[in-house]
Design a protein around this ligand. Structure first.
Ligand SMILES: *Cc1c(COP(=O)(O)O)cnc(C)c1O
Length: 222
């Protein structure tokens, strides 16, 4: 099957409430164009150098999402064009995003990455850390940042029940934060969960943004 066939097949399974982020990391610009020509506009990347190069070379109506671990000293390269950063995992990173967004006269949308997997290798806040952040007086000074929701990655496992429970946990943290901190804020609405192997479970558990790479583009050559 071609990448276009893969895209169409996946799209046909998504409810209207779920947006597809086509994760194009490590794939060539030609493949992105193929998927773009089939109507896809949101693309996700996880390396600053790669997303910046692709942004420069590819059509300007592509909506770029950053999904990988982001180092503060590299925010400046993506701040002029990035639409949504899924992977915000520290206050210091938020401070740098604020600084660079202001410099570019933009508001940058961000998701707070929550650590839900059992592996400790994955980045993200735990529930207490995110509460500390939201209670921090500095949090209200991020005028050029729009917090739009949460992102999480489930454990890399075949245990579907475990994956489902991790997504349920993220959803429940989302609901609590929405109630206690974002009550009147309609923009706090995104739950970014689900990758190639688990996006159907994620959708059942309330995903609004699925990040699908290999099921569209095939395996990555790192
Ligand atoms: C690479 C990546 C994906 C896509 O993974 P696939 O299994 O290829 O669908 C999704 N989210 C994040 C954060 C990633 O780094």
């Amino acid at each position: 099957m071609s990448v276009t066939d893969n895209l169409i097949k996946i799209r046909s399974t998504l409810p209207d409430s779920v947006k597809l982020v086509a994760v194009s990391k490590f794939h060539p610009e030609d493949s992105i164009i193929e998927v773009y020509n089939a109507g896809q506009r949101i693309f996700g990347e996880s390396k600053v150098q790669e997303i910046t190069r692709k942004f420069e070379n590819l059509p300007k109506d592509i909506v770029w999402h950053f999904i990988g671990h982001l180092q503060s000293n590299k925010v400046k390269y993506i701040a002029p064009f990035i639409e949504l950063i899924h992977s915000v995992d520290s206050k210091s990173l938020l401070m740098e995003i604020q600084k660079q967004a202001a410099k570019n006269n933009r508001v940058i949308k961000c998701l707070l990455q929550i650590h839900i997997a059992s592996e400790d290798s994955k980045f993200g806040f735990d529930e207490n850390e995110v509460l500390n952040l939201l209670n921090d007086p500095d949090f209200n000074q991020f005028k050029n940042i729009k917090i739009c929701g949460l992102m999480g990655m489930a454990t890399f496992t075949d245990n579907q029940l475990q994956i489902r429970n991790e997504f349920k946990r993220l959803k429940s943290i989302f609901e609590n934060l929405k109630k206690d901190y974002f009550g009147n804020d309609a923009d706090f609405c995104e739950i970014s969960i689900g990758m190639s192997d688990d996006y159907t479970i994620a959708i059942e558990e309330g995903s609004t943004l699925v990040r699908v790479g290999s099921s569209i583009f095939g395996i990555r050559n790192y």
